[in-house]
Design a protein around this ligand. Structure first.
Ligand code: NAD
Length: 488
């Protein structure tokens, strides 16, 4: 079965390229998929351009577009188990997490269906002889590029608002984890999206991704992925002055004051650090603990980290799976070596598990480094693996300064029993999301995105729809007459 979806047809690639998709639990081949090239990318963008310019979709009443989104929501719920199993095989994450992801994807479609027609613009008062309206229109052809850690979820935060706003799109998932995205595009087709509105190409970032983001017929690029790729995409979009939305990495501070609820803080810190093997853009990978609590907290955290059950995501006893690929594990291992050489103290982990049952997968033990300081690269750079660094602080001011001492600014958390301090610190943190006495929850109704080099723009919430809209001012003179500006 062909894996690219271009102009309403499932199709193979022009040059016949294929790529094997690997299960990171044991290195086996799940299946091979079509591997597109720049020619296929061009075909897909032209199909999206044609569908947009024919204007049917853009001018379809918003309610009718929303109905398609509601239908996708229903179909996702119908197929949850099948999609979740595929996501688990492809990413290595546990089935429980994959099921949660699919539920969150469905919720994103429902949310954007709900808000699609809630803001038709506004009328501006310019006197009785003028009708002045500000309206929102689709941007046009959207190139949507997604990463491998939350393949379906990150794609849905782009696809759902793009469709709700009346755009057409070309979606490219990560070449490492394309399978659930193929399933989602099949559901969008089943829900009744017209020909050419939704297009899917698979392939590497360097060829297909670069061809899409630099394509002169694209109006908008929305990208989620690493900082270096984001920079390259922003540079390539500059030539066409294309709107560019970027959701990039993070090095997210998790700040624990001594008066925090100890058990809750340790438990959530474990999740903040090691959920999905730390391959989470908002992972709490930079732990800051108040001096008087530090030793007790680190001891408790390391003891819990040692008990995390690694294994096959499909096994209900598994609490965490492997890393996404052999290459990515090698990168994380290099960071662990760097941490050691920089003088961080390895409290636990730092190597592959001894269990022979895990030897074919891309596993690493949950790793805690203490005695870290702000000058270390392991503290400043995104490792994107099961590695947490711990620093000490004494005062509230010092905690805020350390938490803001990053080029990123995606998310942060503060743990304290003092409600006033919680608000004071949250107000001063320069991060796009701040959790108080919690870690990781997000809501489709609330904006998600980064300060600093964590990105440009916001997904989710009303702003997440606005990203896919142009704003137009329509001014009508209701009493036309000569203006008399020039006298001759
Ligand atoms: P990546 O940058 O390597 O790849 C992301 C996507 O970009 C893939 O589809 C890839 O094929 C494509 N790509 C690569 N080079 C390209 C190029 N030159 N032109 C166009 N496309 C290109 O990122 P990744 O390793 O897949 O994902 C991990 C990163 O994503 C981490 O840094 C993580 O923090 C970030 N992330 C951010 C968020 C967020 O919401 N801010 C969410 C998830 C992941």
């Amino acid at each position: 079965m062909a894996d690219l979806f271009i102009d309403g047809e499932w199709t193979g690639t022009a040059a016949g390229g294929r790529r094997e998709v690997i299960n990171p639990f044991d290195g086996s081949v799940i299946r091979s998929v079509d591997e597109a090239d720049a020619t296929d990318a061009d075909r897909a963008v032209r199909a999206a351009r044609h569908a947009f310019d024919s204007a049917d979709w853009a001018y379809t009443p918003t309610r009718r577009r929303a109905d398609i989104l509601y239908r996708v929501h229903e179909l996702l719920l119908r197929d949850t188990e099948e999609i979740a199993r595929t996501e688990t095989q492809d990413t290595g994450k546990t089935l429980t997490e994959a099921r949660t992801d699919v539920a969150d994807v469905a919720a994103a479609f429902r949310y954007f269906a709900e808000i699609a027609d809630k803001d038709a613009g506004r009328v501006v008062d310019a006197g009785p002889d003028v009708l002045s309206r500000v309206v929102h229109e689709p941007v046009g052809v959207c190139v949507l590029i997604a990463p491998w850690n939350y393949p379906l979820l990150q794609a849905s935060w782009k696809v759902a608002p793009a469709l709700a706003a009346g755009n057409t799109f070309v979606l490219k998932p990560s070449e490492i984890t394309p399978l659930s995205t193929i399933m989602m595009v099949r559901l969008i087709e089943e829900a009744g999206a017209p020909r050419g509105v939704a297009n899917l190409v698979l392939g590497s970032g360097a060829t297909v991704g670069a061809a899409l983001t630099a394509h002169p017929e694209a109006d908008l690029v929305s990208f989620t992925g690493g900082l270096a790729t984001g920079r390259a995409i922003m540079a390539s979009a500059a030539s066409g002055v294309r709107t560019t939305a970027l959701e990039l990495g993070g090095k997210n501070p998790n700040v624990i004051f001594a008066d925090a609820d100890f058990d809750a803080a340790v438990d959530h810190t474990l999740e903040a650090s090691f959920l999905h093997q730390g391959q989470v853009c908002s992972a709490g990978s930079r732990l800051l603990v108040q001096d008087s609590l530090h030793d007790r907290f680190v001891t408790a955290l390391a003891a819990r980290a040692d008990r995390i059950r690694l294994g096959d995501g499909r096994d209900p006893d598994t609490e965490s799976g492997p890393l996404s690929s052999a290459e990515h594990r090698a990168k994380v291992e290099a960071y662990i070596e760097l941490g050691r050489s920089e003088g961080a103290r390895l409290v636990t982990g730092g190597h592959r598990p001894d269990d022979p049952g895990l030897s074919r997968g891309f596993f690493l033990l949950p790793t805690v480094f203490a005695d870290c300081d702000r000058t270390m690269r392991i503290v400043q750079e995104e490792v994107f693996g099961p590695v947490v660094t711990v620093e000490r602080f004494r005062t509230e001011d010092e905690a805020v300064a350390l938490a803001n001492d990053t080029r990123y600014g995606l998310a942060a958390a503060v743990w304290t029993g003092d409600a006033s301090r919680a608000q004071r610190v949250a107000n001063r943190l320069r991060h796009g999301t701040v959790w108080i006495n919690d870690f990781h929850p997000y809501l489709p109704q609330a904006e998600w995105g980064g300060f600093g080099q964590s990105g440009v723009g916001r997904e989710l919430g009303p702003t997440g729809l606005r990203e896919y809209q142009e704003t137009k001012h329509i001014y009508q003179n209701l009493r036309p007459a000569p203006s008399g500006w020039f006298k001759g």
